[in-house]
Ligand binder design. Sequence first.
Ligand SMILES: [Zn+2]
Length: 483
Amino acid sequence: MAKKKTNLILFGIDSLLRDHMSLYGYGRLTTPHIDKYAQGGAVFSMFSPSIPTTPGYSSMFTGMDVFSTDVVALRHKGGLGEHVKTLAEVLGENGYATTCVGFSGNPASRGFQKYLDFPGWGSFDEGRSPKAENLNKVTIPELRELAAAAKDKDGKPFFLFLRHMDPHSPYLPPLPFERMFYAGNETDPENHSLDKVYEFRPFADYFRSWFPPNCTDAEYVIAQYDGAIAYMDAAIGNLFAEIAALGLEDDTLVVIDSDHGETLMDHDHYFDHHGLYECTLRVPLVFRLPGRVPAGKQIPDIVQTKDVMPTILEILGVKSGIKFDGRSLVPLMNGKARVMEPEMYITEATWQRKHGWRTPEWKLIRALEPDVHFHPEVELYNLLTDPGETINLAEKEPAIVEMLTARMHAHIAKREQQTGRTNPIYTNLGWHGHSDEPFKSSEEAYTTMYIGSPKTAQKLQAKDAKQKRNLKELQTQRGAKKL
Ligand SMILES: [Zn+2]
């Protein structure tokens, strides 16, 4: 009898900054269920070098970097190129039943046999948003069906992908999670910590659609991000229990990761995931399969999103014949060394178009066109002496800027030559979705990237006067803003 194939459940949680998980030492107990579960597996500290959602998942699902996926923009035009194969396609060809929950329609999620969706958004007026419960409602019946089929005599193994949306804004965790990390008065008129947030016109109306009316306290909003993680963690606890109850634990690889992190109040980038600062690049990565993934491992090497797929395939014992850009992490799990890759090329084409070069000591960020935040064209941070990236040393250290720029360009030239394609950050000039022209000034970017019409703003102001607003318009606005 042929050996039974191993199932795969991949939690691809959107916008989960690992620094806000207790698993990685955060001071608030945000992920107790994941922490306990991960004790039975291997934990890595991953970087997602090409943010946000569409390029992040494209890399995760192909084992390739941004040059190979050719996907750099959030609003990527068209599909994923036929020159790459997705994890769902490879496993489908190897006899797996494949189901994707919560990510239909994105270029990165190509190749699943089945797509299921759940309500993963919300607004303050619609009430608290039980996103993870919504996900469980569609996932648990599907998991039971897949498990039953896998346990048949001619069992069909499965790949179930779950894209949780809880840490993604709007942060609206239900009680008691709303208050779990906050005991203050979020409408204290003496508190001005959100003033700058409301002044940032491109996002202000979006924030007003899900912050409580007259909210003044940034700490409250941060506590909602943490509360959303804790709420999701509890709901994920239900899934872990279901996996155990179905007898799947010993033949199902469970992977937990994220497409990018999240910026809270840092760098004027407020409650979103743009900007190439550490908070958007640092994501979790956990593998668990009792008996086959060593338990209790915390592995400090720098690993990247492109390493996820080759690692999964090696653990599942599936040969794809693909030459990945990423490398399997199995040797690291087993205590073997691998050639380190301590430097990385970083990109974003979301609310601004930038790229850069990160080493363990330095971060260089270069704008390819004027940005919506009026930041300087070149930024340089020393990650060892200034891990919060608060002091831009670009003017003070021109030789280091030059050295890092040269390293970055050498890498770009090498990868362009290897792939036979131009770096997609150079060719996606319509990344912002308004025209095919780069912005000529920060003013132009600031005005163009305005989210929500003045009419909506007026209606939102009317909300403060307790008038009803047009929910439908807000939903359209949200749909336009985010993917
Ligand atoms: Zn995302």
